[in-house]
Design a protein around this ligand. Structure first.
Ligand code: SF4
Length: 347
């Protein structure tokens, strides 16, 4: 007799088998999809130009239909991002719908509105990813919002207390290059995994390059420091493969070899399907509202050139779909272990 636990795990087993077949036959499969529900935001962060792109947004029903269609085609993971997702009154219904389809769900948020919605989030979310830019002064300065640091730590503690795994992303720019140690100390104390990634001059066009403060030397030093911290047991979320790519910046790799658009992709608020937001201005991409989301995913142009990127979720996904054993082990560790104070000191 099939137990309840096995019955619950069956859809995930089936999706993993479909992914294995797709990888073996080099066919595209929308296994992991980021849904950008809105470009609107209640913050105006120093390094971010996303809110300026705010415009047409699909309705709740359209997003739910896209989720249904992609889940039927093998999607196992749905990430929700913005702008600030929780500005949409129907965001929780969309998240809940994804959870009801048996998907692994994650939410990127600035944390400001998390407290208000924690009950609904606790029932629909596997992982919350919040932005943190350093200690209080630096965080509030970069976010241009007083009180945002206290609010984000409150959101982290609340999510942890409700059993939601938490990771942070620190976008490093000229304003906050020296905050790595502070963020890692917070990560140990509050129990989260910390990602670090460089700021781009334009969030939608990586051809415009990185924040000018992020020279090759700075990136190489950052990768070395994070590697040492990781080896010392600090909760650095990045896998060794990501750190190697980071250390090669600003030519991180090769967009032509990236699995964005093959096994993971992004649905923009208006329904356009792109490999990733950084190449979204490089071609004309199909709109899932017009031709269906699975067809849009399967037919979107794939970048043929470009210097790669150091956007953490994309690069970790790319490494995993390249079957990088260290990236897979790091992902398993992130999902199976909650960071806490170390038993040993940093080397
Ligand atoms: S490396 Fe991949 S995720 Fe990064 S910009 Fe290129 S195509 Fe996009």
């Amino acid at each position: 007799m099939i137990t309840r636990a096995v019955r619950k795990a069956l859809p995930m087993i089936e999706r993993s088998a479909r992914l294995g077949f797709a990888l073996a036959t080099r066919r595209r499969l929308p296994y992991s999809v980021t849904f950008i529900l809105t470009h609107r935001c209640n913050f105006q962060c120093d390094y971010c130009d996303i809110p300026a792109a705010a415009g047409d947004e699909m309705s709740k029903d359209e997003f739910c239909a896209a989720i249904d269609e992609l889940a039927g085609a093998g999607m196992a993971r749905a990430s929700f991002s913005g702008g600030e997702v929780l500005l949409r009154p129907d965001a929780l219904a969309i998240l809940g719908h994804a959870k009801s389809r048996g998907l692994f769900t994650s939410l990127n948020t600035n944390g400001w509105l998390v407290g208000r919605h924690i009950d609904a989030l606790a029932s629909s979310l596997d992982m919350m990813v919040v932005s943190i830019d350093g200690p209080e002064n630096q965080h509030d300065l970069v976010r241009r919002k007083r009180g945002s640091y206290k609010r984000v730590l409150g959101a982290i503690d609340l999510a942890r207390s409700r059993g939601i795994a938490v990771a942070t992303i620190t976008v490093l720019s000229r304003q906050n290059l020296s905050v790595v140690d502070d963020v890692l100390a917070l990560a140990e104390k509050h129990g989260f995994w910390a990602y670090f990634q460089p700021a781009y001059a334009d969030c939608f066009e990586h051809a415009r390059g990185l924040d000018p403060a992020l020279s090759a030397d700075v990136l190489a030093a950052l990768a070395r420091d994070l590697g040492r911290a990781r080896a010392a047991g600090l909760p650095v979320a990045a896998s060794p493969g990501f750190l190697e790519r980071l250390g090669r910046g600003p030519a991180f790799g090769d967009c032509g070899d990236c699995h964005a658009g093959r096994y993971f992709g992004t649905v923009l608020p208006d329904g356009v399907v792109v490999p990733c937001h950084l190449v979204s201005k490089e071609a004309t991409y199909p709109n899932g509202r017009e031709i269906g989301f699975v067809r849009a995913f399967l037919e979107m142009p794939h970048p043929t050139r470009g210097p790669g990127c150091a956007i953490s979720p994309y690069q970790e996904s790319d490494l995993i779909f390249h079957l990088d054993a260290r990236a897979i082990a790091a992902a398993v560790e992130r999902f199976s272990r909650t960071p806490g104070p170390r038993a040993h000191s940093r080397g």
